[in-house]
Design a protein around this ligand. Structure first.
Ligand code: EPU
Length: 345
């Protein structure tokens, strides 16, 4: 065996919440040969497998039994067909570096997704989205290894079952596949999406200072500035971005909700469903900037839970549960965690 597998390995550097967690067995894989070796090892010892990318959307409890596999496949290929640029990107690439690489080449479509932390392979799992664009808008297909058989399958856009922060990889295909590479389709022509309220306001303010067209580069710069202002940098203060999803309400519940809270920010998803801003609900409960022990809700963005230092996963999850309960008792709306929780206390 050439693959290095460690035993009782700390995962503190493998999760952006900086939680103390230990993997029973741990390895990093750079290609399919490594990955097959890792799967064979796990099968021989009857170990469960947990796949991690950059760990920017996970809550790790103290112990992850079995084998933790970090996907570190690298490489970006592209082909141009008319106005379309099809990119095949390995799962271990960094998402935000990919956005910047596309912009340097004047390939457009993912500029609104700049500065989202995490790996390319994790992006389809929660269908990353920001400022009016989601991965599913440019997604073509992905290649994934079936954990049980080791076969590599190609899954089309339709098969991935994307929704708001959702895909089959969070539901019925959870733990079935390991994503190896994704294919996205970008464009040589700019088609900027700047309807998202915070973005359009920021662009308007910027237009008062500078003149000229709203280019994808300018959209990316403006979004980077908003994110810097609103979202704490995980390399400075540990967090996973939004800790809860924005709750989705049907039109009759949203009408009742708006009768009581006419100023609440509500975004239409489709004619029948609406997203209510969870950050607003948390702020209205008086929890924006609230800290208890080592954890708190950020004072810039109430939806972001931060670990100020040495929080344990137990302390952090108890705190998030108390936030959930307060929102439930005030508004009767149940918040769902956005990151995935792994392991045991
Ligand atoms: N709001 C408040 N108080 C707050 C935070 C937000 O009142 O403390 C209100 C704002 O005033 C605004 C509305 O809530 O009217 C929406 O806020 P924002 O634009 O900051 O977006 P969000 O709904 O809180 C979502 C994503 C973010 C993404 C932004 C921008 C989810 C769970 N989160 O947040 O994604 O960057 O929109 O598109 O959908 C992430 O997933 O980790 C993430 C950061």
């Amino acid at each position: 065996m050439t693959l290095k597998i460690s035993y009782n390995r700390s995962l503190m550097r493998n999760n952006t919440l900086a939680l103390q967690s230990t993997a029973e067995y741990f390895c990093e894989v750079k290609n399919t040969t490594d990955l097959r070796e890792a799967l064979t090892f796990a099968r021989s010892k009857n170990l469960a497998i947990t796949v991690l990318g950059a760990g920017s959307n996970v809550v790790l409890k103290s112990n992850l039994f079995g084998l933790v596999v970090i996907i570190n496949f690298k490489g970006i290929r592209h082909s141009i067909d008319g106005n379309d640029v099809v990119l095949s990107v390995a799962a271990g690439e960094n998402w935000s570096s990919l956005v910047k690489y596309a912009l340097r080449n004047n390939w457009y479509g993912i500029e609104n997704l700049v500065q989202i932390p995490g790996s390319v392979g994790a992006a389809p799992i929660q269908n990353i989205g920001a400022y009016g664009v989601e991965l599913s808008d440019v997604f073509v297909s992905l290649d994934a290894m079936d954990i049980r058989t080791g076969e590599i399958n190609s899954l089309s856009h339709e098969l991935c079952g994307f929704g708001y922060r959702d895909s089959i990889f969070k539901r019925k295909r959870k733990k079935k596949y390991i994503i190896l590479e994704i294919k996205i389709k970008l464009s040589l022509t700019a088609n900027v999406q700047c309807d998202y309220p915070l973005l359009s306001e920021a662009l308007k303010m910027d237009s008062q200072k500078s003149t000229g067209l709203i280019t994808p580069h300018r959209v990316a710069r403006t979004i980077s500035d908003i994110r810097r202002r609103k979202l704490p940098d995980p390399s400075i203060i540990a967090n996973v971005g939004s800790f809860f999803k924005n709750p989705v309400l049907k039109s009759d519940s949203v009408s009742r909700f708006l009768e009581c809270y006419p100023l609440a920010p509500v975004f239409e998803i489709n004619g029948a469903e609406y997203k209510v801003a969870a950050g607003w609900l948390i702020e209205k409960c008086g929890l924006k900037g609230f800290r208890s022990g080592n954890v708190g809700m950020s004072s810039e963005q109430a939806l972001v839970l931060v670990n100020y230092g040495n929080a344990s996963s137990r302390e952090l999850l108890q705190f998030s549960e108390s936030v959930r309960q307060q929102v439930l008792s005030v508004f009767g709306i149940s918040l769902e965690l956005e990151p995935t929780v792994y392991g045991s206390f």
